[in-house]
Design a protein around this ligand. Structure first.
Ligand SMILES: Nc1nc2c(c(=O)[nH]1)N[C@H]1C(S)=C(S)[C@@H](COP(=O)(O)O)O[C@H]1N2
Ligand SMILES: [Mo]
Length: 404
C-alpha cells in the first residue's frame, strides 16, 4: 500500500470506530481530521522520500541500496529500527548516565555535561548493521521486520570511550558483560518492562572504538537514533548499540536483559536444516557481524550504451575484521574480477570499492559483488545457514543492468 493511502485508510477506520458508525461520506483527498492524523515519518524523521517504511508501531524504516552511496551516511538515509516507543520527554539538563551492576566498585552517575567535560572526546565512523538485515530472503520465512538490504549505515559518531568511563568508575575483576538500559517505552505501555536491554562482553566494551556518543555526523544525535546519548559498538549487530541510554550495568555474568535471552539475536550453535525447530539452549549469541558488501551505484535496472564502460561503486565491511579483497562477476559467479578497494577511515568503518566494467556484448546482465575478509572468508552467493529468527544473511548483493 502506498504511504498516503495507508495513512488515509488508518485514519478513516479510527474515525469510524470512535463515532461507532460507518463513514458514509468521503473526506476530500489529503484531508484527515486533526485528532486522527498519523504523524508523517518522512517529515518527523527528515527522511529521504525513497526510504521504505516497514512498520509504524514501532517505527521501522529501511534504506534502498542506491540511497547508501554516500561515504558517510546522512541522517536522511539511515535505517531506523525501534523495538518500542521513542521516548518523548527528554530533558537534557537532568539526563544522567548511571553506572551500576554487580561488578561495579561503587555506583556512579554522570550528567551529559560531566561526560562532555571530564573525558577526552573521540570521533569514529562506525558500521551498524541490524542482525536481521536480509531477513526477507529466508525460506521458510522468519517473523520480524522483512529487511531487504537497507538496514545498515555508517555514520560518524562523536563521544567518549566507554572504557574511560568504566575505568573512572572502577570495575571489579569478576566483570563479564555490560548491559544497557534505555528510556524508550515498551509497546504495551507497561513502564516496568524494557523494549530491549542488550550488551557486550567486557572485551568489546573496553575497545577504543566503543563509544558513549552524544553527536552523530557533527550534530546532536537525531531523536530516532538515540538522542541525547547512545552506546555505539561498531561491527556487532546494531542491537547492542543502545539508543537513549540512561544506565549501564556492569554484570558478573552474561547480561540477561530483554532480547539477550531465548532466541533473540541468537543463531543455532550448530547448523540446522531450513525450518528446523531449535531449543533455546542450542542458540548462541551473535557477536561480530559477517563480511558483506553493497553495490550503491548504479541503481538496479540501469541501462547503458553498448561499448561504454560501467562504473560501479559501493561499500564493504566485515564486522570486527577488515575487508581484504573485493570482486565482481557479470556471469553469475562463474568468473570474478578484482575491484579497487580502499582502506577504512578507521577500524570498524566500511570500506569503499569501485570498478569499471566492460560487457562483452549487448543484453541482460547481473552484476554481483563479493567481499572477502582478512581471515579469507568470502560472502556466500546464496542465503547462508537458515536460522529461526532470520539473522546474518550476508549473501552477495546483485544489481541488474541492460546493455543496449
Ligand atoms: N533503546 C533502544 N536501543 C536500540 C533499539 C531499540 O529499540 N531501543 N534497537 C536496536 C536495534 S535492533 C538496532 S538494529 C539499532 C538501530 O539503530 P538505528 O535506529 O539508529 O538505525 O538500534 C538498537 N538500539
Ligand atoms: Mo536490529
Amino acid at each position: 500500500m502506498k504511504r498516503r493511502e495507508f495513512i488515509q485508510k488508518a485514519s478513516l477506520t479510527s474515525v469510524a470506530i470512535t463515532l461507532g458508525t460507518k463513514i458514509v461520506y468521503a473526506l476530500p483527498k489529503g484531508y484527515t481530521p486533526l485528532a486522527f492524523q498519523d504523524p508523517d515519518p518522512f517529515k518527523m524523521f527528515k527522511l529521504n522520500e525513497e526510504m521504505v517504511v516497514l512498520n509504524n508501531k514501532p517505527w521501522n524504516i529501511e534504506a534502498q541500496a542506491h540511497l547508501l552511496n554516500d561515504a558517510i551516511t546522512p541522517n536522511s538515509k539511515m535505517f531506523i529500527r525501534n523495538n518500542g516507543q521513542i521516548p518523548l520527554d527528554i530533558d537534557v539538563n537532568t539526563w544522567k548516565l548511571e553506572i551500576d551492576g554487580e561488578s561495579v566498585k561503587q555506583k556512579k552517575s554522570y550528567t551529559l555535561q560531566d561526560l562532555k567535560t571530564k573525558f577526552k572526546q573521540h570521533t569514529y565512523q562506525l558500521t551498524l548493521e541490524c542482525g536481521g538485515n536480509g531477513r526477507s530472503e529466508f525460506d521458510p520465512p522468519a517473523k520480524g521486520n522483512q529487511w531487504t538490504v537497507g538496514a545498515v549505515h555508517c555514520a560518524k559518531w562523536t563521544g567518549v570511550r566507554l572504557k574511560d568511563i568504566l575505568e573512572d568508575v572502577g570495575i571489579k575483576s569478576n566483570a563479564v558483560y555490560i548491559g544497557y538500559h534505555s528510556a524508550d517505552i515498551h509497546l504495551s505501555g507497561d513502564l516496568s518492562k524494557e523494549p530491549i536491554s542488550r550488551g557486550v562482553p567486557m572485551s568489546k566494551a573496553m575497545q577504543e572504538e566503543t563509544l558513549i556518543a552524544f553527536q552523530m555526523n557533527g550534530k546532536d544525535i537525531p531523536i530516532a537514533h538515540g538522542y541525547p546519548l547512545r552506546l555505539v559498538a561498531g561491527g556487532w549487530p546494531a542491537s547492542v548499540s543502545g539508543k537513549w541510554i540512561q544506565r549501564i550495568s556492569i554484570r558478573n555474568k552474561v547480561h540477561d536483559g530483554t532480547k539477550m535471552t531465548g532466541k533473540a539475536y541468537r543463531v543455532p550453535c550448530s547448523p540446522v536444516a531450513p525450518g528446523e525447530k531449535v531449543k533455546d539452549e542450542d542458540m548462541c549469541i551473535i557477536e561480530s557481524m559477517p563480511v558483506k558488501s553493497l553495490i550503491t551505484y548504479p541503481k538496479t535496472g540501469a541501462i547503458i550504451k553498448k561499448g561504454k564502460k560501467l562504473k560501479i561503486n559501493g561499500h564493504a565491511w566485515a564486522g570486527e575484521l577488515e575487508v581484504a579483497n573485493m570482486e565482481y562477476s557479470i556471469d553469475f559467479g562463474s568468473t570474478w574480477k578484482t575491484c579497487k578497494l580502499q582502506k577504512p577511515i578507521n577500524r570498524l568503518a566500511w570500506q569503499h570499492f569501485s570498478a569499471e566494467i566492460e560487457f562483452p556484448q549487448q543484453g541482460y546482465y547481473e552484476v554481483w559483488a563479493r567481499a572477502t575478509d582478512t581471515n579469507n572468508v568470502s560472502q556466500p552467493m546464496l542465503l547462508p545457514g537458515w536460522n529461526p529468527k532470520g539473522y546474518l544473511n550476508n549473501a552477495c548483493h546483485r544489481i541488474a543492468v541492460k546493455v543496449e
